[in-house]
Design a protein around this ligand. Structure first.
Ligand code: SAM
Length: 243
């Protein structure tokens, strides 16, 4: 999968050299390319922002450097059909479902805004010539799109086949089927007076699966009831607390 990221802070993305995403990049499973928006300016000061029309606080990212950068990146797309993602707190919320969909793309372009955001005409213009989506990583405001881009790359990248060694580890995770994951434990069986639940030491895989499902429902109900579809969701009838 090819991923182009446009930013005024290319150094922000040095962390992509480490861990699983870094290895996948070195192995060619992911092809990550970082572009400095200032390389697409045409003045001595490499200016990327200006005051907002209509007044108000803050600055807005100028359209010209963005237009040039996206002309080049879209024009050179190896697939000819990239998906361009504008990061914004005013976008569609980025979820695990969206991450799965994006992991099937061959080429995505992530645009990192700064200041009060990017001149709207950049998004409108891009929409006229490429598939475009505006995405938020949550209902809060960051200083820039770089952290959002990193979150998107990490969540999407690990779903690309070959990035995570054991694909089974991707199946039973929080949000994969609308529930949070069950709690996990490792050795020792007792630590600081706290015991691992007996059921997990039982060796009875059916009972363990049933307990885990029950835990997922209880945890989701307690922490994220908004994820549950409604009163029709029933507890696993064969479940048992096992403790
Ligand atoms: N004035 C904008 C608004 O109220 O919608 C916020 C601009 S924010 C300070 C600057 C940039 O940070 C945005 O253009 C976007 O790229 C990024 N950003 C901030 N919060 C984000 C979020 N929750 N998800 C994705 N990107 C975000």
């Amino acid at each position: 999968m090819r991923v182009d990221i446009v930013t005024i802070f290319p150094d922000f993305f040095d962390v992509l050299d480490v861990s699983l995403i870094g290895k996948a990049n070195q192995a060619g499973i992911l092809n990550l390319r970082i572009h400095d928006l200032r390389d697409y300016t045409d003045d001595r000061h490499r200016t990327v922002d200006d005051t907002p029309y209509g007044g108000g606080a803050g600055m807005v990212m100028k359209p010209e450097p963005w237009g040039r950068a996206l002309d080049r990146i879209i024009g050179l797309s190896p697939t000819g059909d990239p998906l361009v993602i504008f990061t914004s707190p005013a976008g569609e919320v980025f979820t695990q479902t969206a991450a799965r969909q994006l992991s099937r793309e061959d080429h995505i372009v992530i645009c990192c805004g700064r200041y009060e955001g990017i001149d709207q005409r950049v998004i409108d213009d891009t929409t006229n010539r490429a598939r475009t989506v505006t995405m938020s990583i949550g209902d809060y405001v960051l200083n820039g799109g770089e952290v959002a881009a990193l979150a998107i790359v990490e969540a999407v990248g690990r779903l690309v086949p070959g990035v995570v060694g054991n694909p089974e580890s991707l199946v039973e995770e929080s949000h994969e089927d609308g529930l949070l994951e069950y709690p996990s434990y490792t050795k020792p069986a007792t630590w600081r007076g706290l015991d691992v639940p007996d059921v997990l030491l039982s060796g009875n895989h059916k009972l363990i699966a049933s307990w885990r499902q029950q835990q997922r429902i209880e945890r989701t109900r307690a922490i994220r009831p908004d994820l549950l579809p409604g009163p029709e969701v029933e507890d696993d009838p064969g479940s048992s607390s096992g403790q």
